[in-house]
Structure formats: C-alpha cells, structure tokens
Design a protein around this ligand. Structure first.
Ligand SMILES: Nc1ncnc2c1ncn2[C@@H]1O[C@H](COP(=O)(O)OP(=O)(O)OP(=O)(O)O)[C@@H](O)[C@H]1O
Length: 551
C-alpha cells in the first residue's frame, strides 16, 4: 500500500500509533462479538430470567475500549495524513528549489504543478474514507480470527472463498487502478488545455482558424477524458457487484457446505453465521471505499515517484559542501564553454559555443544577436543555471566546480525577460529603507508603489514598471554582476534613454559589472564592449563609445 509507505515518511511514530489503536479496535470487536454469542447461548440454554450483569458490564467496558480505539484510529489517521501531506508538499517544493534547472525545464512546470496539486488534493479530500477503509480491514481480519477459534474448518473454507474472491477482486482493482492512472494523465492534458485557453486567449480571439483548431483539439481531449472517466466508473461498479456476489457466496458456504463436512458444526453454525454477518458492514465499506482507496493509492504512488524523480534531479551544488568565492574579482574567464540542447532523433540540436570570453570587473558588456541566436541560453550558462557540457569558467584563476557553484550563482543579480517579481523582497539582506526609497525615486516608480516593511505595496503594474521593480530588487541584492535580458524593451523612450545614459554609467561608477542583452542599436555606445551571437557562436565587436573612443 503506497498510502502506508507515504505515511511512513512522516517523522514521529504514526504507524506505531495507528497499529496500537487498530489492535485495540480489532480485539475489542472480537470480544464484543464473542460476548453477544455467549449471552445468546446462555439464553438459548437456560432461558431469560434476569440481566446477566457480569456479561453486560464486560460488554459495556469492551464497547468503550472498542469505540475509543476506533475513534482514536480514525481521528489520528486523518491528522497524520494531513501532516504527511503537508510535510511531503514542503519536501517536494524543497526538492524543486534544489533541482537542476535544465532538467526541470525538460520535465515542464505544468506537469510538476499538476502532480503536486492534484495528488495532495486527492489524498487530503479522502482521508476520512482512508480511515474507514483501514477500520473495516481491521474488523474483517479480527472477525476471521474469531471464526478460526470457533471452527478451523469453517475458517479454512471462509478463508479460501475470501482469498479467491479477494484475488479476483484485486485483479479487478488492478484494472481499475490502471484506468484511473490513465484518467489522471488525460485530466492533466485537460488542465493544460484550459490553461492554454486562458494564457492564449488573445491569440485565439485574433485567429478564427486557430480558435476552431483549438476547439477541435480541446474537444478531442475532453472526449477522451470523458470516455476514460466513464470507463473508470463502469469498472468501479463491476468491482462493487463482484464484491457483493462474493459475500453471498461466503454465507452460502457457511450454511450449506461447511455442515456437510463437520458433524459438530451445528453447535457453531449460528456463531459463525453471526460472525460472517458482522463482517457485512466492514466488508461493504471496504468494497465501497476500494475505488477511493485505489485513487489515493495512485496519488500516493505518484507523489512517491515524483519525490524519487526530483531527488534524482538534485543540482550538482546540492551534493557537495559549498565553498565561498572572494567577494570581489578582477577577471572572469570563459574557456571553450559549450552547451547543446537535447533534440528529437533526426533533428539538428541547437548548440551554443565554444565560447571564449574574458570579463573585467566594472565593465558594461552588451550582448546582441538575432532571435534564436542563443542569447538567453548564453545568459543561463553564464549565471550557472545551465551547467556547460564542455569548457570551464574561472574567477581570478579559480575554476568553478560543484562546490563553488552556489557562490558563483550568488555573484549575479538578474532580470531575465521572463522574470518573476515576488511581492515580498525574498533574500534581500538587511533592507535599508532609505536606500530603497531613493531607488524607487531614481527608477521613477515611487508614485505608483512603495516598500511596506519587507514587501512591495503594489506589483499589479505595467510590464515596464514591474521591470523597474525587478531591477530595484536586483540592486538591493548587492551582487557584483548585474545581468539584464532585454530590460529596456518595455520602457518608454524617455526612460530608455535614462537607463542607457544615466543608470548604466551610475551602476558602473558604483563598481557593478553589467551584462545586458539588448536590441537597442541607438544605444550601443553606452557599452564598454559588445559581443554578438549568431547561431550560438560568440564574437567580439569593435565598438565606439559615446566619447568617440574606439574600444
Ligand atoms: N528549453 C529548450 N529546449 C530545447 N531547445 C531550446 C530551449 N531553449 C532554447 N532552445 C533552442 O535554442 C535556440 C536559442 O534560444 P535562445 O532563447 O537562447 O535564443 P535567443 O537569442 O535568446 O532568442 P530570442 O531573442 O528570441 O529570445 C532556440 O531557437 C531553440 O532552438
């Protein structure tokens, strides 16, 4: 059971607690059943004249222990399950934070998002059914043990029918589970389709051909999802009917078959039949919750598989002891850096490099190149998001390896084209509110937002304004190298000029090294150097500074 495996990942002793309360509930149920049978036997033998107080008190005490154990079992399982889901969600998110970026890109964010949210939701919504299924399983096993005590032959036959029935039932369950997993995959595609509709609503509105094509494709996806969902329901019901048939077969075996082989069974037949009837409730609940249990099991399996998958994707820097790099540097060397994307068979993969480049502290370097020339890939290589397949990076002669990778990444503050602006200033060391206010004014953004404690008052702004806030965060991070990817593209002409001729020189004066991807050929003279990418190959371009100096 993957659910129990998942439960075992929780710190503390949830399994021992569960087994303890399960034992109390199981033993309690059998003693209750035995007391009822003993009382009935007394009445049958001696008639009824007054309440059998010792038996009645024993019944009341056992019932109290039984219900107490059951209550604890159900309540604890719910609480333990919630805790384990919470711990596991945090564990998965931590694994994502520490996973290799390139591998994460390959897996795809939607898949990870869907896996984490859907599986935790399935488990969280069904914890009460899980507890009921566990309680029913315990009662069933306890009653079977009681039947063994009453009549070994009846037990063997009941067990044989239960095992054969259980085996066939499990086979049906396996088929149900496969279909359920298939259904989850189809539903994930459905979810992706809906996300695509909202994300691409402009593109869809503007092209009726695209809109119709999208509609057709989406209908195919929903049809498939509906068909597999119906199939899951049919298989779930088939399994339910089979469970009922198996139960009545069990009763028939007790009443018609066992007495044929055991002469003295007539003394026990009523007790065994009572015991089998006592099982009706728990077995019924087990049957009803089996489909839910299968869903929870599939969800738990996906969570465990995701955990293993993310564990195997751990970033190289996470498995070694990190070492710091000097706070300042003079030169950075890139020697023969190469990176190739995996490509489908028969297709030419896109490759960047070999790149040979030397960066000096305090330089403003522009990176130019046409669309798809590899600028963003180069930026990811440069900042350590991608690990080069060949070549090396060294800072003042010290080669970057897994142990210095974190420190290397820590040298960069970035604003990528697909940047994300967090409302809270995560990771900004000792926020100086006077400096933050000055930066807000300098970046001409103080009229539309403010910094309130450790977060921005508003971030629901235009892309250009949000980019200014992202730049502000990057500057507050106080890293020696600032990487900007087409930062000025969303700024108005006034602020674009201000950025190239005021902001960049001021950052240089403050000692920052700036590496900026840009298409703004009017402002190429704002850079100290320009490197150009074409089909992944980097070359240095002789540039003329504003002053007329050729560099
Ligand atoms: N995640 C990826 N997986 C596979 N190939 C990729 C991936 N990202 C980029 N590529 C390939 O690398 C090429 C260069 O992409 P890159 O984003 O680096 O170019 P770019 O110069 O930044 O382009 P643009 O100016 O359009 O943003 C793309 O054309 C694509 O073929």
């Amino acid at each position: 059971m993957k659910v129990l495996e998942l439960l075992a990942t929780q710190q503390g002793t949830p399994r021992i607690r569960l087994l303890g309360s399960a034992f109390v509930a199981g033993v309690g149920s059998v003693v209750l059943l035995a007391l009822v049978n003993i009382a009935a036997e007394h009445i049958a033998r001696s008639g009824y004249d007054q309440v059998d107080w010792p038996l009645a008190i024993a019944f009341a005490l056992t019932a109290a222990a039984f219900f107490g154990g059951e209550f604890y079992l159900v309540a604890r399982l719910g609480a333990d399950m919630e805790t384990v889901i919470d711990q596991f969600r945090v564990r998965l998110l931590n694994r994502i934070r520490r996973a290799d970026y390139a591998q994460m890109e390959r897996v795809g964010q939607e898949r990870l998002f869907e896996s984490i949210t859907q599986t935790t939701q399935t488990l969280s919504q069904n914890t009460q059914y899980l507890a009921q299924a566990l309680r029913s399983a315990i009662l069933t096993v306890s009653v079977l043990i009681y039947i063994l005590w009453l009549s070994p032959l009846a037990f063997c036959m009941v067990l044989a029918v239960t095992l054969v029935g259980g085996w066939l039932y499990a086979g049906l369950g396996q088929r149900l589970m496969e279909r359920y997993q298939h259904m989850m995959v189809e539903e994930a595609k459905l979810f992706e389709g809906i996300t695509g509709l909202f994300d691409g609503i402009k593109e869809i509105r503007l092209s009726s051909a695209r809109s119709e094509d999208f509609g057709r494709a989406f209908t195919e996806v929903t049809d498939r999802a509906t068909a597999i969902r119906t199939d899951v329901q049919i298989h779930g019901f088939q399994q339910f009917i089979f469970g009922q048939v198996a139960f009545y077969t069990l009763l028939a075996v007790v009443v018609f078959v066992v007495p044929t082989y055991a002469d003295d069974f007539r003394h026990e037949v009523v007790k065994v039949t009572t015991a089998v009837l006592f099982m009706i409730g728990p077995v019924g609940v087990l049957i009803q919750t089996m489909a839910i249990l299968a869903q929870c099991n599939a969800a738990a399996e996906r969570m465990l598989a995701l955990d293993r998958q993310l564990g195997a994707m751990a970033d190289a820097s996470e498995v070694v002891t990190p070492r710091p790099l000097p706070q300042t540097f003079d030169t950075i060397h890139f020697k023969g850096l190469e990176y190739t994307y995996p490509a489908p068979e028969g297709e030419q993969p896109f490759a960047v490099g070999p790149i040979h480049l030397q960066l000096r502290r305090g330089e403003i370097v522009f990176v130019t190149g046409g669309n798809g020339s590899g600028k963003s890939t180069f930026m990811k290589l440069l900042t350590g998001l991608y690990t080069p397949h060949f070549g090396k990076i060294s800072v003042d002669g010290e080669e970057i390896g897994p142990s210095t990778l974190k420190a290397w990444r820590g040298m960069f503050a970035t604003v990528f084209t697909d940047f994300h602006l967090f409302q809270r200033l995560h990771g900004v060391p000792e926020l100086d509110s006077a400096e933050a206010r000055q930066l807000l004014q300098w970046l001409e953004i103080d009229k539309v937002t403010a910094i309130d404690g450790d977060h921005f008052a508003h971030i629901n702004l235009s892309t250009g304004q949000r980019k200014r806030l992202a730049l502000l965060v990057a500057l507050l991070e106080k890293r020696p190298i600032l990487v900007l990817d087409e930062w000025a593209a969303d700024q108005d002409p006034h602020f674009r000029r201000f950025f190239y001729y005021e902001i960049l020189p001021e950052l240089k004066r403050r000692g920052l090294t700036v590496i900026a991807v840009t298409h703004d050929d009017h402002y190429f003279d704002a850079a100290d150097r320009r490197v150009h990418l074409e089909e992944g190959q980097l070359t240095e371009i002789k540039a003329t500074r504003r002053s007329g100096e050729v560099v």
